[in-house]
Design a binder for this molecule. Structure first.
Ligand code: 5GP
Length: 209
């Protein structure tokens, strides 16, 4: 059986990554969204096990110690980490897995799993990014400034990514993300077992003739 492909989606806070990743997994049953653990508080409209697994700082430390996290990073005052078992199980079962994580965690994963495909999502302009952060009414003015400052640093890492997605409308962005997922699935290097099977079939066929 083909082993799954690991996709990472990163992007500035306010780029719309969450909406896009949640939508694409609804449309593609072989693509599974990993749910991270975080020490941050649950926001309005979020739910345990849907957006994150919300844990205390002690629980998070314990997870690190037990090797339960594939990677983790500090963002603002909080920790975020990817559960190792879930990702491994899904990939082993032949599903593709999507992680929505920030740039440092993405770099760590790429270093240990080089076949990982990294996709960066950005709004069309910086002004639009600011408008979206203000418009969603979720963050304080200080938070928005902090997130915009962080975006300057994150932009420096875009060059390391495999794909850049401009999120103008959610619908188009989901479609574009789907094109990337489909193209990666069709790469020759990802279809080793199919290629070997067709070679065997051809040899058998020729023996029979
Ligand atoms: P938020 O608090 O807005 O949900 O997320 C803050 C940042 O943490 C986002 O850039 C998000 O992609 C990132 N993030 C979420 N989960 C993980 C994770 O498991 N690992 C890492 N490294 N970053 C994460």
């Amino acid at each position: 059986m083909r082993k799954g492909i690991l996709f990472i989606v990163s992007g500035f806070a306010g780029a719309g990554k969450g909406t896009v990743t949640k939508q694409i997994v609804k449309e593609d049953e072989h693509l599974k969204l990993s749910i991270s653990a975080t020490t941050r508080d649950m926001r309005n409209g979020e739910a345990e096990g849907v957006d994150y697994f919300y844990v205390t700082k002690d629980e998070f430390q314990r997870k690190i110690k037990n090797g339960e996290l594939l990677e983790y990073a500090k963002y603002g005052d909080n920790y975020y980490g990817t559960p190792r078992d879930y990702v491994k199980k899904m990939l082993d079962e032949g599903n593709d897995v999507l992680l929505e994580i920030e740039v440092l965690g993405a770099a760590k994963i790429k270093a240990s799993l080089p076949k990982t495909v990294r996709i960066f999502v950005t709004p069309p302009t910086a002004e639009e990014l600011k408008n979206r952060l203000v418009g969603r009414g979720r963050d304080s003015a200080e938070d928005i400034t902090r997130r915009l400052n962080r975006a300057v640093d994150e932009a420096e890492d875009i060059d390391d990514y495999d794909y850049l997605l401009v999120n103008d409308t959610v619908e188009q962005c989901v479609k574009d993300l789907h094109s990337i997922v489909e193209a990666e699935r069709m790469k020759v290097k990802r279809q080793v077992s199919f290629i070997s099977a067709i070679k065997t079939q051809l040899q058998e066929l020729n023996k029979e003739e």
